[in-house]
Write a protein that binds this ligand. Sequence first.
Ligand code: C2E
Ligand code: MG
Ligand code: MG
Length: 767
Amino acid sequence: MRKYSKIIVIIASYAAFALTALNIALRIPAYTNVIMGCFAAAAAVSVAILAFFIINFERERARKERENISRIMQSINAMAILWDADFRYVEVNSCLTNAIGYTSQDLSDIKTLKKVLPSDAFAPSLQAVVNNRDEEFYVTAKGGAKVCTIWNTSIVSVSSDRKRTRYLMLSIGLDLSESIRMKEDLIKYSKELAESETRYSLSMELSEIGLLLKASGSSSYYVSQQLRNMLGINSEYISDGVLRARFHPSDVMTFDALGGAMVNCAAQDAQDEESARTVHCTEFRLLSADNTYHWYQFRYKINPAETKLLADIGGAILDITQNKEKDSLIEKMAYIDDVTQIYNRNKFMQIGQETFECSRDSGITYWVIVLDIDNFHIINDTCGYTNGNKLLNEFGKVVQDSLTSGGFGARIGGDNFALLIRDIGDESLPVNIIRTIQDKFKTMCADNFSSQGMTCSAGYCKMSDGGEDFAKVLDHAEFSLSMSDGTKNDIIRYDNAVHDKIIKSAAIENELVKAIENHELVLYYQPKIHLGNGTLIGMEALIRWVRPDGTVVPPSEFIPVAESSLLITKISDFVLYEACRQNKAWQDMGLPPITVSINLTAVDFYQTDVKESIIKALDATGLDPQWLDVELTESLALKDIDHAIQQMQEIRDLGVKLSMDDFGTGYSSLSYIQVLPITLLKLDRSFIMYLEEDEISREIVSAVIRIAKSKKIETIAEGIETIGQADILKEAGCDHAQGYFYGKPMPKDKFEEFMQMKARESASVNA
Ligand code: C2E
Ligand code: MG
Ligand code: MG
């Protein structure tokens, strides 16, 4: 206020002085001077008041401006110093204080600030500021650490008073430590990258791997140096069209598929990471530097484009020509049959399995035909191995020529060939093809092997007829072929039921072997009765298989299996011995002696020395031959009549009885009865069953009995179940009877009781 009063006094003094001077000059009266002095004083006060307001306003504006600058300073993410030229005013922001560890109070002290900033930073010339030059220098943090910074200073406020113009300058600084580190890293990485690129190109060159890349949306491929060498091209980029033209005509589709794959991939969801990760692999031939087609393997990835335009595609490309050549040689060695030059069993199985799987999905089915050259061994034996091979070779050609479209032929082993034929809905197709092969084979043989009259047989099946894989289907066709009974040019279609039966037989056979070892086979006995007086005259030993769980398997289920596997001879030996032993045992017990009958089969009769076996059994058990009876079937006896007569006679000569079993079921030639040395004729149950109601049966039975009697052959009727049947047979003159009416086959204990009961019965009748 003192300052302002001073100004007013000065202004008033000047005004008074001016007025006095004016008065003197103009000789103005004194009262006028007073009035004018008053005006002058009032004007001076007004000016002083105005000056006061102007100065205050100016100060306020400067304060607000500084506040604003401070706020901005504090809010920016960079170091900032607000200062005036002579550092009488310094303000720093928190970014700077945080970076260097001093408080803003510390830094407002010029001494501290001088420690922080380098000395040359204290002389930022106005010119540098005006030139907007960046100053780069280190600032020293509290602990002494140097922080590299870059500063830019601008004038943010200008004010002036009577003495001078004052500037406020704002320096904004950035910490360069991070970017310096990045720069150093960058130099390091660039160096490493350069080294790695050198290593990479070297490895690409050494491993002969080329690169083929295509950017999304581009119409050309990038071709790496190595690939350029491989293809003999100079340009780093090759257009779609030029690359396509280099593809082998048969592989152009592969090239188009690559393009298609890119489009598809682009169409997929961009988030489909799975597809982006997948490495695809394809093979194709490309025209190469030496102007020939080479095989290449392309392992590539497609990166789905987010834009759903074409995707990036790229991968490694490798010349695999040599491997391909090796593969085809290996394939030839592994899959081509040496003798016929057609595919072998391995290939047939491979193609067959693939076809089988396709067939399951597509519903298209196939025929599988297996062929066997009838009596091929004769060619080998008589014409030599070379001619045998020649025949196989010719046959292979016939097989190949007979294939229909989509068919496949192979030599699957020895003289066996196989065909895979597409089913076109014609059930006669396989037979027609087989017949064609047979006809051609005959003609062909007429030229080279005319004396042999070669034929071939076939088995076939339809793929859809069953089997869990192709091996099973082929098994079926081979099985049907094995069903051929040796007939020439036989053709047999697979029959599931027959196959099942055979499989079941095989299972039974296995079990039977164990059953024999485990003594699970036992004999049951069925009584034979004298029709005239009802006495027990004999028993038939009938085999049973008693499983460990007690179930009894009837002979009809295992005797035929045993016959085909020759196990029957073991069984027959057992039956023969056991029947003789048991009969002798009962005789030794004092029971009335009776005959025991055993059943023998054609295998026993034709393939073993029956007489020897009988002698052994009788010797071993001590049974008198007259108490043993051997039952043979009519068909067995007629198989080789001369041999049969001789064998039967030898048995008879031992004193053993001979019965003809199941008479009436086979050829039933009564004339044979006259020549066969039998003692008993067993009328089959099939005659007996209808005796009561069927007149013809009665007449046949009577005639047979009559004829037998005339030949001094006794008769016995099998399967008598009623008294009516027994009466008719008795009437007809039949000697003996066997059937449920008299007693079912019984285990030995039961039969022993039966014998005792019968013995008591006879004793009481005789008494
Ligand atoms: P087979 O020699 O003709 O034996 C008679 C079969 O007729 C027996 O059947 C017997 O149980 C059955 N049978 C007897 N009377 C009647 C009857 O009144 N009604 C009915 N429905 N059936 C009656 P099994 O024991 O099942 O034997 C069947 C065939 O098995 C035998 O016929 C024989 O060919 C064969 N067999 C049985 N045991 C042996 C054996 O030890 N060795 C051989 N090789 N074959 C045997
Ligand atoms: Mg019998
Ligand atoms: Mg019988």
